[in-house]
Design a protein around this ligand. Structure first.
Ligand SMILES: C[S@@+](CC[C@H](N)C(=O)[O-])C[C@H]1O[C@@H](n2cnc3c(N)ncnc32)[C@H](O)[C@@H]1O
Length: 266
């Protein structure tokens, strides 16, 4: 899979709906050690708008948001403050250089193959009483993704798009996350929620995935605007049938998986 190019402006078009799971995750993160100035990392911080919510809750914390997209980081830098900075890092190899009271990651790990293999290194860096918490989408078997993959694999597109899209194994089952996180001295809380996002306007599901799940296709076809528009038209028509517009908007069911792993205090 080619590394997708991100478009913060497109991603932030649904920021209200996208932020809600982060707020739900944040609500389950207990108070941190090293109060009032804990050390916090936000992995895959994107445009930095959710990293700011960490600074709102822990105003004296030292917080760094990490991402590997120059476009996202450029946007995130606008949120930098005396205790809040942003840096380039690849989550496939990032290892904390110092102990952290909280490592948090919202909607990143589905982009990191084999991410559960990184958990031991991240948990090692968590201070006693500290937390590692993340949220990932659990919607790869939903029409938005199935139709995208089927279209990409169809005769017209398969030569250009083979291998570009992720499958259901991009994330683990909630029980597998519970197993991966639970260890002596670590208590894990894993749950899932399906949000029924009610989206306004025409073709809102297409507009949503253009900010995230469709990035690999948009990136692969970036040098051929005609092909890009042709793919978008075909996919849009499929989405219109799968997600019909109702009297109050378009219902977009979205399952998400959450995990909060806390290290025992000594
Ligand atoms: C769906 S966005 C989520 C952004 C932010 N956490 C939020 O909740 O708004 C996924 C982010 O993960 C970043 N990302 C993807 N793969 C990454 C990797 N291997 N290392 C670091 N960041 C990565 C992308 O650049 C993008 O900003």
């Amino acid at each position: 899979m080619t590394a997708p190019t991100w478009d913060p402006q497109q991603y932030l078009r649904h920021a209200d709906h996208r932020t809600r799971p982060f707020l739900d995750l944040l609500a389950r993160i207990p108070d941190l050690p090293a109060a009032p100035a804990p050390r916090i990392a936000d992995l895959g911080c994107g445009a930095g708008n959710v990293t700011v919510l960490l600074a709102d809750r822990w105003p004296e914390a030292r917080i760094t948001g990490y991402d590997n997209s120059p476009q996202m980081l450029e946007r995130a830098h606008a949120h930098a403050a005396p205790h809040l900075d942003f840096a380039e890092a690849d989550a496939t190899t990032w290892t904390p250089a110092e102990p952290h009271d909280l490592i948090v990651s919202n909607a990143l790990l589905q982009w990191v193959p084999g991410h559960a293999g990184r958990f031991p290194a991240w948990l090692d860096a968590i201070t006693p009483g500290g937390t590692f918490a993340f949220q990932v989408p659990g919607n790869f078997d939903q029409p938005s993704h199935v139709l995208m993959r089927e279209l990409a694999a169809s005769p017209r597109w398969r030569d250009r798009l083979a291998g570009e899209l992720r499958h259901a194994d991009a994330v683990l089952a909630p029980t597998a996350y519970l197993d991966a996180l639970t260890a002596p001295g670590i208590t894990a809380d894993v749950w899932e929620t399906t949000y029924l996002h009610l989206l306004p306007g025409p073709d809102p599901v297409l507009d949503w995935v253009k900010g995230t799940g469709l990035r690999p296709v948009l990136t692969a076809l970036a040098d051929d605007p005609e092909a890009r528009e042709a793919f978008l038209t075909e996919y849009r028509d499929l989405l219109r049938t799968a997600y019909p517009q109702g009297p109050h908007g378009t219902v977009f069911p979205f399952r998400r998986i959450f995990a909060v792993a806390r290290k025992e205090k000594r």
